[in-house]
Design a protein around this ligand. Structure first.
Ligand code: DGJ
Length: 730
């Protein structure tokens, strides 16, 4: 049965001869504004992915693509849209199962497909595949965001066998790309070293990026990647696929350059120690792989992903954000009401919207005076806060600012009342010595009682303090000794059901508190993914706030996440002056974590000016398009700009990243994304008090000039960061 409710997801039919039988060839183009992914059945009803690239102008021609290829394929299903294992397949499978009778073979053939229109811009294609021998079904989902050129792809697995089926592997998506070569850009890192890129040509065999850390899963390697096709894509040229798994736990993405020289990409939850027992008629839904494609380079692809994220994924992506003062680096655990009252005054003096109280405000039997105790005991510490959070919320209001608070609700210190009361709520092997990460263990979120507890932490805070305006949700431990007292015989479900439990809690939080700003933090960027960001307004990219480091870290995150989500705080890390630190933090969501009372009058003047400029430019930074102009990796100065949607206002940030003699911007930097016909006034802003700009007053240039010749921000060792504002002149 074919049900097609709308184009551009449509069916192109045709007759195909195979041996003595005639089979209907079904061609299913999955189109977005500029791109197409084409699925097609063969004579044996195997569903294959036969095309991925620019959309064709004549839809009927999609049916002809596959016949143009003479590549060898002994199995006949090398480019399967969802590769089963144990039957014809000879390559890495997307799915491996053990049937109820112990047989491990699976074959999946096309049964039907349908397209539904979810919204103006959004369509959902569902393709049903079944095993001809077993009562086993996989549905493939392709949710397309037409204007943004973004697809979310996942699968749902179900069976009607007599007894449990074991899912040994269960990918979300299986893509097949054709090209004359493929280059993978991937990331690695660690605490304070997030988002270090590496790009290399893929050779035959399988390259895997994955995580087995459980929680904080992206600490060593996130699931974000870019694959260039035919040649390495640059910022503005070349074919490139950007993708990431929407999952906050263990993941595995295989890139297999196969025997036919095509690239097979298989992405999903990591199946390591995670086989899943599926009861009859129970559905196993995999998380989505989100991806976009551009034949105009990584910059274009990233803007598509950013637009999609703002419009459809992150909470309040098209809304506003609060500037803030955080106390983590200025006090660590050492504070009391008097100190905090001063910091609230400082928040006002600084001129930001909110004060964020970090770690250390809770626990009494084992006070949270360091990171070795108290986690799990979410009652205000009576010594530090005798009048409780509510007093602080009121005091903030008296100062005309809002109040936000830090929690780390998923974790526990062994030295805590929570651990004493509920040792069975903690993930740990009953027969092995405990192993800690930052002196803590992870709570077992597969257990509904633990889910209630974690939800209760947030709910209690808001119920008792309805004016609480912000939460920073931290997560600092990985899962060691993976064992759940709750799961009993299904221990291999732990990694998957942990994340599902976490999402259940976050669903409840968002159902009750739909818009309140939540920062996703995981000792830095250990958990930045669109599975989690669906519930958050912003994330903490790294504890490394040295602004020189941040230029690189923020640069790389920006390929996948919009600036409005990137919490950038001005701190005392690094040797750069306050101006450099603030200019770097302004390229995302601005915050501060410094001692305001120690700022000189000039510093404070500078910050006040910068905050005013930020207010004026935030529309472009938060909701406009971002263009990377000059990479910090290859140049003395990095340069990045944001243009508002009307192309009337833009901001260009420039940072010196090389301290060698004579470095700076010797030639102009070409801008991007402006209207060539418009005239723009170019002026330097964020000038430190007492300094003058070498950029001439009343400089008015056309978009045409700015994009072909460019402008020189005159970055040098004496001007290490330069911010230029561009305003349309009518
Ligand atoms: C790790 C976070 O990344 C920091 O910003 C801070 O909140 C500490 N945890 C607090 O323990």
């Amino acid at each position: 049965m074919f049900r097609n409710h709308l184009l551009p997801l449509c069916l192109v039919g045709g007759l195909f001869t195979a041996g003595s039988s005639f089979a209907q060839v079904v061609t299913i183009p999955v189109e977005t504004q500029h791109n197409a992914l084409v699925l097609q059945t063969d004579a044996d009803k195997n569903l294959k992915m036969v095309y991925f690239g620019a959309k064709l102008s004549n839809t009927a021609e999609y049916a002809r693509i596959q016949k143009m290829y003479n590549q060898k394929d002994d199995s006949g299903i090398l480019n399967s849209a969802y590769t089963p294992s144990g039957s014809a397949n000879l390559a890495e499978p997307a799915i491996t199962v053990t049937h109820a009778n112990g047989d491990k073979s699976l074959s999946l053939v096309y049964v039907s497909h349908e397209v539904t229109k979810v919204a103006d811009d959004i369509s959902l294609l569902t393709v049903t595949l079944k095993d001809p021998v077993y009562n086993f079904e996989v549905k493939l989902y392709y949710k397309t965001y037409f204007k943004e050129d973004v697809t979310e792809q996942w699968s749902v697995i179900k069976h009607g066998e007599k007894g449990e089926v074991v899912l040994n592997k269960f990918a979300s998506a299986n893509l097949n790309l054709k090209g004359s070569g493929f280059w993978l850009k991937q990331y690695h890192g660690n605490w304070a070293e997030e988002m270090r890129p590496e790009e290399a040509k893929l050779t035959h065999g399988i390259k895997t990026i994955d995580s087995k850390l459980g929680t904080r899963a992206n600490l060593y390697e996130p699931s974000m990647f870019a694959v260039s096709i035919d040649k390495p894509a640059t910022e503005d040229e070349g074919k490139v696929l950007l993708g990431a798994l929407e999952w906050s736990g263990n993941f595995k993405i295989d890139f297999e350059l196969d025997v036919s020289d095509n690239l097979r990409l298989i992405a999903g939850i990591n199946n390591a120690a995670a086989e899943y027992h599926l009861k009859p008629n129970e559905e196993f839904a995999t998380p989505a792989l989100v991806y976009t494609y551009s034949d105009q380079g990584k910059g274009d692809a990233s803007r598509k992903l950013q637009r999609w994220a703002r419009k459809y994924k992150i909470v309040d992506g098209e809304g506003s954000r609060l500037t803030l003062l955080n106390n983590w680096e200025s006090t660590y655990f050492d504070f009391n009401e008097t100190k905090l009252a001063e910091l609230l005054k400082d928040t006002k003096k600084l001129g930001v919207d909110l004060f964020l109280l970090d770690d250390g405000w809770f626990a009494n039997k084992y006070p949270r005076n360091g990171d070795h105790a108290g986690l799990g005991d979410w009652q205000e510490n009576k010594q530090k806060l005798p009048d409780g959070i509510s007093w602080l919320v009121k005091e903030a209001q008296n100062n005309g600012v809002k109040f936000g608070i830090w929690i780390e609700p998923e974790m526990v210190n062994p030295k805590s009342e929570l651990y004493e009361k509920h040792p069975d709520w903690v993930i740990k092997q009953p027969n092995r010595p405990e192993k800690y990460f930052r002196n803590q263990l992870v709570l077992d979120l597969t257990n509904p009682k633990v889910q209630d507890f974690v939800f209760g932490i947030v709910d209690n805070l808001f119920t008792k303090n309805p004016d609480l305006a912000y939460i920073k949700w931290d997560c600092n431990a990985v899962i060691y000794n993976a064992y759940s007292a709750y799961l009993k015989k299904d221990q291999s479900h732990l990694y998957t059901d942990y994340v599902r439990g976490l999402y259940k809690v976050l669903e409840r939080v968002r159902a009750k508190y739909p818009k309140v700003p939540l920062m996703l933090c995981s000792g830095g960027g250990g958990r930045v993914d669109y599975g989690a960001l669906k519930y958050f307004t912003e994330f903490w990219p790294s504890d490394n706030t040295d602004p020189l480091e941040r230029v690189f870290i923020q640069w790389e995150y920006s390929y996948f996440y919009p600036a409005i989500t990137s919490s950038n705080h001005v701190t005392d890390w690094g040797k750069q002056p306050l101006k450099f630190r603030t200019d770097v933090a302004m390229m995302g969501k601005l915050g501060f974590d410094i001692v305001i009372s120690k700022l000189s009058e000039q510093d404070l003047d500078y910050v006040h000016g910068a905050l005013k400029n930020y207010d004026n430019l935030k529309e472009a930074i938060w909701h406009g398009d971002q263009y990377r102009l000059q990479s910090p990796w290859d140049n003395d100065a990095a340069s990045i700009m944001y243009v508002d949607n009307a192309k009337a206002k833009a901001v260009m940030f420039n940072y010196l990243v090389n301290n060698r003699y004579g470095t700076g911007t010797l030639v102009p930097i070409r801008l991007k994304g402006l209207d060539p016909q418009k005239k723009y006034q170019v002026k330097e802003i964020n000038l430190y008090p007492g300094t003058k700009s070498p950029i001439e007053n009343d400089l008015v240039l056309t978009g045409n000039f700015l994009m072909n010749v460019g402008v020189n921000p005159h970055v040098s060792s004496g001007r290490t960061s330069v911010v230029l504002e561009l305003d349309e002149v009518k």
